[in-house]
Design a protein around this ligand. Structure first.
Ligand code: AP5
Ligand code: MG
Length: 222
């Protein structure tokens, strides 16, 4: 199964990807997570990417392309869900070219949307567990008491100016990618408003109805 989650910053891609990978036994390929890990490790990719991420700008495409293609290759170009890639028309072309070259096209692009107001409220109170990568929201998905408060961190690009810039970048450079996949007949729009479990139910119902390989999935978990 080869899926992509698409949508603006803070819409819930990472949250939903974690639920879907558990249920469908997919590899979660988040270019944002891969870049943040490179920044933390201070690799050459991390050094190059750091200033772009903090400013809410896109990291230069060739860097992200290599991260995404290496990750897809590692899982045999199957059983993955892309999160945050592709996010420009150029990256969409690379993805199509790469996957078609392996005779393994994307089966569905699941585009989640909510209003900008909801995005700002979700991002401003997001917290991440630095040890596990678990995503929380102080009001909507609070961390359990077992999580020590000092392991919860706020992302550097969740400052108000960076959020505004990320939304602008989304509108100008990323949103057109929806049409690109609509023309390929694999785009599905999902309302992202509502509880996490409700949005997950909407995603699963699209997958069950429209993704042919669903019936051939590996053993599913409850
Ligand atoms: P990336 O990490 O991909 O960030 P993003 O796309 O801006 O999205 P986020 O991770 O902020 O949000 P999300 O949709 O995953 O929401 P989440 O589930 O956390 O990219 C970061 C940066 O890396 C980019 O700005 C760029 O610099 C670079 N980069 C990455 N990919 C790139 C690429 N392809 N090309 C170039 N550069 C690239 O949820 C958000 C909050 O909402 C959480 O607190 C969560 O608990 C809460 N929440 C989730 N769902 C719900 C719900 N249903 N109800 C209430 N609260 C909810
Ligand atoms: Mg994310």
């Amino acid at each position: 199964m080869r899926l992509a989650l698409f949508g603006p910053p803070g819409v819930g891609k990472g949250t939903q990807a974690k639920l879907l990978v558990h249920r469908l036994k997919l590899k979660h390929i988040s270019t944002g997570d891969l870049i943040r890990s490179a920044i933390k490790l201070n690799t050459s990719v991390g050094k190059e990417a750091r200033s772009f991420v903090r400013a809410g700008e896109l990291v230069p495409g060739p860097i992200v392309r290599k991260l995404a293609e290496d990750a897809m290759t590692e899982c045999g170009i199957d059983y993955f869900i892309l999160d945050g890639y592709p996010r420009t028309i150029e990256q969409a072309d690379w993805t199509t070219e790469f996957l078609d070259g392996h005779n393994a096209p994307l089966e569905a692009v699941l585009s989640i949307s909510v209003s900008d107001e909801v995005i700002v409220s979700r991002l401003s109170k997001r917290r991440i567990n630095r040890e596990t990568g678990e995503i929380y929201h102080l009001d909507f998905n609070p961390p359990p008491n077992s999580v020590p408060p000092d392991s919860l961190v706020q992302r550097k690009d969740d400052r108000p100016e960076a959020i505004r810039q990320r939304l602008q970048v989304y509108r100008n450079q990323t949103f057109p990618v929806e049409d690109y996949f609509e023309r390929q007949g694999i785009l599905h729009r999902i309302d992202g408003l509502g509880d996490i479990e409700v949005v997950y139910g909407r995603l699963m119902s699209v997958i069950v109805s429209h993704v042919k390989s669903f019936g051939k999935s590996r053993q599913l978990q409850d």
